[in-house]
Design a protein around this ligand. Structure first.
Ligand SMILES: NC(=O)c1ccc[n+]([C@@H]2O[C@H](COP(=O)([O-])OP(=O)(O)OC[C@H]3O[C@@H](n4cnc5c(N)ncnc54)[C@H](O)[C@@H]3O)[C@@H](O)[C@H]2O)c1
Length: 337
C-alpha cells in the first residue's frame, strides 16, 4: 500500500514508518516538524533504504494536504500528528482544540476531497480516566479527565461517525497504553523537549547524569511495592500493531476501536530495577507525595488486538529499557553501551 503518515517524523510515527517500509509499503510523511528533528527522514532512509516523500505542512492546511493527497494517491492515512502534553492542554485548551480537533477535521476534509477513505488514528488509554477495574477492556466507560483526553475522545467520535455514515470505509482507533523504548539500531527514538513528562525518558536522563535522581510520586498505592503500575509497551511492538491494523482495515473495510498494551502492569520501582539490570546504571530515586489525579494501576486487556490483528506484544520491560538507554546514551555521547 501507499500510506500517508501525519506526524510521521515524530516518535511513534517514525518507528511505524520504519516497520511499514520493511513490510513493503510505500510511505509519505506529512509533518510540520514542530516536535520532530529535520533529519528523521534521512535516518529512516538509512534504516530502510526507502526515500520517503516528505511534505512539510500543518494538518490544518486543507489545501496543501488535499494537493499532496491528489499528487501522491494513498490507500490509507495513519494519523499521529497532534499535541500530547496533558499539563499544557489544561493551560491552553483552545490550542489543543485547534491543533487536535480542528486539525483532524481539516485532515478528514482533505482525505474526502482526495477520495481517501481509510484511517488509523492514534488514540490513548487516557480516554478511560479512572477505571473501575483492571485490566481495561475497550467497552470500559470513557471518563476524560483533562483537555488532552477530551480531544482524543472527540477525534475518535468524529472518525466513528464518518465510518458509521459510510464516509470512511475503514477506521481503527488505537488506544495506546504507555509507549517507551526506541528502534534497536538507535537511529530513531524519542526526543522530549525540556523536562520529560514521561517516566522512561526521565529515567534515561538520570542514567546519563543530566538529572540527579528520579522523583517517584507516592509509594502508598495498593500495588506490589506501593508505586503506580502502568502498561509499558515497546514502540516497535506498537509500530507492528499499526502495520497490522492498517492492513486489517484495508482488507476488511471495518471500523474498530482497539487497546494496544502488553496486558502486564509494571510498577515504577520494577521499571527502575529492570532498567538497572538491563543497563548496569544506577538510578537514585526520591519518594515524594502522590500527584493529584494519578491512578494506582492501569493496564490493558489486549485480547481484541490479538483476535482482530493477530497481534500481541513480543518485547518485555528489559528490552524496552535496553533500547531506550541505547538511544539516549548515543545522544549523550556515551559509548560504552
Ligand atoms: N507518546 C505517548 O505516550 C502517546 C500515548 C498515547 C497516544 N499518543 C498519541 O500518539 C501520537 C503520536 O505521539 P508521539 O509520542 O509520536 O508524539 P510526537 O510529538 O513525537 O509526534 C507527533 C508529530 O506530529 C507533528 N505535528 C504536531 N502537530 C502537527 C500539525 N498540526 N501538523 C503537522 N504535524 C504536526 C510533530 O512535529 C511530530 O512529529 C499523538 O497523536 C499522541 O497524542 C502518544
Amino acid at each position: 500500500m501507499r500510506i500517508l503518515l501525519t506526524g510521521g517524523a515524530g516518535y511513534i510515527g517514525s518507528h511505524t514508518a520504519a516497520v511499514l517500509a520493511q513490510r513493503g509499503h510505500e510511505i509519505m510523511i506529512l509533518d510540520n516538524f514542530a516536535n520532530a528533528e529535520r533529519d528523521v527522514p534521512a535516518r529512516l532512509k538509512q534504516l530502510t533504504g526507502q526515500d520517503m516523500t516528505v511534505i512539510e505542512a500543518d494538518i490544518r492546511d486543507t489545501e496543501t494536504v488535499t494537493a499532496a493527497l491528489k499528487a501522491h494517491p494513498v490507500e490509507a492515512v495513519i494519523h499521529f500528528a497532534a499535541l500530547k502534553a496533558v499539563g499544557e492542554s489544561e493551560v491552553d485548551p483552545l490550542l489543543y482544540y485547534d491543533m487536535n480537533i480542528i486539525g483532524t477535521i481539516r485532515l478528514l476534509q482533505a482525505m474526502q476531497a482526495a477520495g481517501v477513505n481509510r484511517i488509523v488514528f492514534s488514540s490513548s488509554a487516557t480516554v478511560y480516566g479512572q477505571p473501575d477495574s483492571t485490566p481495561i477492556l475497550e467497552d470500559a466507560p470513557t471518563r476524560v479527565e483533562n483537555i488532552y483526553g477530551r480531544t482524543k475522545l472527540v477525534m475518535e467520535d468524529l472518525i466513528r461517525d464518518l465510518a458509521r455514515t459510510g464516509k470512511l470505509k475503514g477506521a481503527a482507533n488505537l488506544r495506546y497504553f504507555n509507549p517507551v523504548g526506541a528502534h534497536p539500531s538507535a537511529l530513531i527514538g524519542e526526543t522530549p523537549r525540556g523536562v520529560p513528562n514521561n517516566l522512561m525518558p526521565y529515567v534515561t536522563q538520570v542514567a546519563t547524569g543530566e538529572r540527579p535522581h528520579l522523583n517517584v510520586f507516592g509509594n502508598d498505592y495498593p500495588t506490589r511495592d506501593g508505586t503506580g503500575e502502568r502498561d509499558y509497551i515497546h514502540v516497535m511492538d506498537l509500530a507492528e500493531a499499526h502495520a497490522l491494523a492498517v492492513e486489517h482495515i484495508h482488507a476488511n473495510d471495518v471500523s474498530v476501536t482497539v487497546n494496544l498494551g502488553t496486558g502486564n502492569g509494571t510498577t515504577v520501582l520494577e521499571l527502575v530495577k529492570a532498567f538497572e539490570t538491563a543497563t548496569g546504571r544506577e538510578i537514585p530515586v526520591n519518594i515524594t507525595p502522590r500527584r493529584p489525579g494519578d491512578v494506582a494501576s492501569y493496564y490493558a486487556n489486549p485480547a481484541l488486538a490479538a483476535q482482530l490483528f493477530g497481534w500481541q506484544a513480543a518485547l518485555n520491560v528489559e528490552d524496552m529499557c535496553r533500547d531506550a538507554w541505547r538511544w539516549q546514551a548515543k545522544r549523550a555521547g556515551i559509548n560504552d553501551v
